[in-house]
Design a protein around this ligand. Structure first.
Ligand code: MF3
Ligand code: CO
Ligand code: CO
Length: 257
């Protein structure tokens, strides 16, 4: 048996800072606020608490977090764009502390959101939580994918294929790829000590995405809404540990009790 306790302790610290950053930014998400301003809040909170923002200059990414409103699937670049009432947005932060990465994202409502936006968000959240809850040594990666895909498709939504979860630790993105669709009992077997993200992207319409000319921003091809949640998790002897849980219970959308 390998001892992963020291590694997990470092992941806990990085994961906690990432989660606290999203807790911190929550009260600033309002109509009229620019995504640049939210980026600055995240950047400073991470820096003031002894970490660094992994996305900043990662493969040339220009900002410290990804902010993806409405039909942006992921990797939205913070800008002067301001939020409007009714928008849904994803904020994705990755904090590095003592070389370890904590990667997490959540959806936020801007003002009053449509029922269809809320359904999309709650489905995405439930699919992530259902998949995380089956994690233990001995299951296969395909079990995670199938759990997410079944939930999403049962609600008439689609799972994005072009982006996936990833192994994480001292390296931001590393094997294995964690597909958010697939078949039970296929793929690599999970072992205690493995660390990876589960980060399903779910579209209201078709799953196809395209990348804008900035080389980063991924949008739904059919311009329907898209939602995403992300946690960084570790496989333990008994099951799993979520490193990026919010102390304030802010991860769970407020309308989902
Ligand atoms: N945080 C994203 C993920 O979940 C990756 C962002 S990379 C960036 O894997 F360069 F776009 F910031
Ligand atoms: Co990730
Ligand atoms: Co992320």
């Amino acid at each position: 048996m390998i001892d992963y306790s020291e590694k997990f302790e470092k992941m806990r610290i990085a994961g906690k800072l990432a989660a606290k950053t999203l807790d911190e930014v929550t009260s600033y998400v309002k109509p009229g606020v620019s995504t640049n301003f939210l980026d600055k809040i995240c950047y400073e909170y991470i820096k003031d608490n002894g970490g660094n923002s992994a996305p900043l200059y990662y493969k040339g990414f220009p900002k410290s977090c990804c902010i993806s409103p409405n039909h942006i699937v992921c990797h939205g670049i913070p800008s002067k764009r301001t939020l409007s009432d009714g928008n849904i947005i994803n904020i994705d932060v990755t904090a590095i502390v003592d070389e370890h990465h904590g990667d997490t994202s959540r959806m936020f409502f801007v003002g009053d959101t449509s029922i269809k936006g809320k359904n999309l968000i709650s489905t995405t959240y439930e699919s992530m939580i259902n998949a995380i809850s089956i994690i233990r040594p001995g299951i296969k990666l395909g079990d995670i994918g199938e759990t997410i895909q079944k939930k999403v498709e049962s609600r008439g939504f689609s799972v994005v294929r072009d982006f996936c979860g990833h192994g994480i630790g001292t390296i931001f993105h590393q094997p294995p790829n964690i597909l958010h669709y697939g078949k039970k009992n296929t793929g690599e077997e999970l072992k205690a000590g493995m660390i990876f993200t589960v980060e399903p992207m779910v579209n209201e319409g078709k799953f196809e995405v395209k990348i804008l000319n900035d080389g980063w921003t991924a949008v739904t091809k059919d311009k329907t809404l898209s939602a995403q949640f992300e946690h960084t998790v570790g496989v333990t002897d008994e099951g799993f540990e979520v490193f990026t849980e919010s102390d304030k219970n802010f991860t769970q959308p407020p309308y989902l009790i």
